[in-house]
Design a protein around this ligand. Structure first.
Ligand SMILES: CC(C)(COP(=O)(O)OP(=O)(O)OC[C@H]1O[C@@H](n2cnc3c(N)ncnc32)[C@H](O)[C@@H]1OP(=O)(O)O)[C@@H](O)C(=O)NCCC(=O)NCCS
Length: 333
């Protein structure tokens, strides 16, 4: 039933891992159906948050089994107090009070994120009914960056004309500095390797090798320099190529690449596109989706201590199942 062979392969891998994924939006029919598919096909064990009676009734009417699905109503959960205490301890230095922690832990995205922090789930997929900011903020506050010297970013997996691409960062960092852009490229390299592909990274700009001038070009050039240094120190022996600054046509098209960047080892065959800011990234992924008919998964967050991933509010049931499977893969230590 799922569209791409790519995601079907990810599902096959996810099934081997037996992970537990929280879906906090148990009020949404797409999420309920995705939970049913994930549990039935053993993509992951599912925790569904919401009104347990209403969900049970819905499943009964559909003739679906609840095997492999744990239903939790945060407001009635015996763990609520424990999670509120955990939140208070983690955030008291940021002004969190005990009362506020009790109230905040009731929010499904916070409750799900606290389950991960408490070691009771491996990841979370949300966003069918929430903005990106509301989905990712609990993760940024509670799960935190895996590395103190790097922030969290995101990657979209893009299936276009049967080929795989990775777009970053289209969803989190609004206007990254050169250092942040370099970090985003490195995190995306790790994600692509973890997904079993070979990163060919283009640091995108409106300029190719100095054809344009300006602050934003300088930023991408500086980010490229920094990223190349990190590649040498952290990715030695791994098959990762990176180059910039490149226009997107030079990055993707061999004929344009031969004219604009003949020496580049990435131009013409890039599969990993690092956008200079969120405007470019967000517009870029929506163009390939709306005009190019590309299939998109994500944004998957990268650089967190445990995976929390965001759905688009226009997502389909298949999109949710795909992102659950990707989240399972990301949760491998
Ligand atoms: C990600 C985002 C929600 C964080 O902003 P925010 O909610 O205002 O959060 P704050 O700046 O108050 O930070 C909250 C916490 O997240 C942390 N944080 C924010 N951005 C971070 C990043 N990129 N990496 C790691 N941590 C980050 C902060 O350090 C802070 O931690 P603390 O409270 O423990 O000190 C914000 O950058 C954003 O809205 N991005 C764009 C999202 C969007 O609309 N995308 C388009 C749709 S796809």
């Amino acid at each position: 039933m799922l569209k791409s062979d790519y995601i079907n392969k990810i599902i096959v891998q996810a099934k081997k891992l037996g992970k537990t994924i929280v879906l906090p939006e148990g009020e949404d029919e797409r999420v309920l159906e995705a939970a049913h598919i994930c549990a039935e096909e053993k993509v992951a064990k599912i925790v569904l948050l919401g009104n347990c009676e209403e969900i049970s009734e819905y499943y009964k009417n559909k003739g679906w089994s609840l095997e492999g699905i744990q239903l939790i109503n945060p407001a009635k959960s015996e763990k609520l107090g424990q999670y509120a205490d955990l939140l208070y301890e983690l955030r008291k230095d940021k002004g969190m009070t005990k009362d506020k922690a009790g109230e905040t832990a009731l929010n499904a995205n916070y409750f799900g994120t606290l389950m991960i922090k408490a070691g009771e789930a491996d990841g979370m997929v949300s966003g069918a009914n929430h903005s990106t900011a509301d989905t990712v903020r609990p993760a940024l506050q509670i799960i935190k960056s895996a590395r103190k010297d790097r922030g969290v970013s995101s990657v979209f997996i893009v299936v276009c004309n049967g080929k795989m691409f990775y777009f970053s960062d289209c969803a989190i960092n609004i206007n990254p500095s050169a250092k942040e852009l370099s970090d985003i490229a490195m995190q995306t390299a790790e994600s692509v390797l973890q997904l079993g592909d070979t990163p060919r990274i283009a640091m995108l700009s409106y300029s190719t090798y100095g054809s344009g001038k300006g602050e934003s070009v300088d930023k991408v050039r500086e980010a490229t320099k920094l990223a190349k240094e990190v590649l040498v120190s952290e990715f030695a022996g791994k098959d990762v190529l990176l180059d910039g600054e490149l226009q997107v046509d030079a990055a993707l098209d061999g004929i344009v690449a031969a004219k604009k960047a003949p020496e580049s080892n990435v131009a013409g065959h890039a599969n990993t596109l690092i956008f200079p800011n969120i405007d470019a990234g967000n517009i870029g992924y929506k163009l390939v989706q709306r005009l190019g008919g590309a299939e998109l998964y994500g944004p998957m967050l990268q650089g967190l201590n445990a995976p929390v991933n965001d759905l688009s509010r226009g997502c389909s049931t298949e999109d949710i199942v795909g992102l659950v499977a990707l989240t399972v893969l990301q949760s491998q230590k």
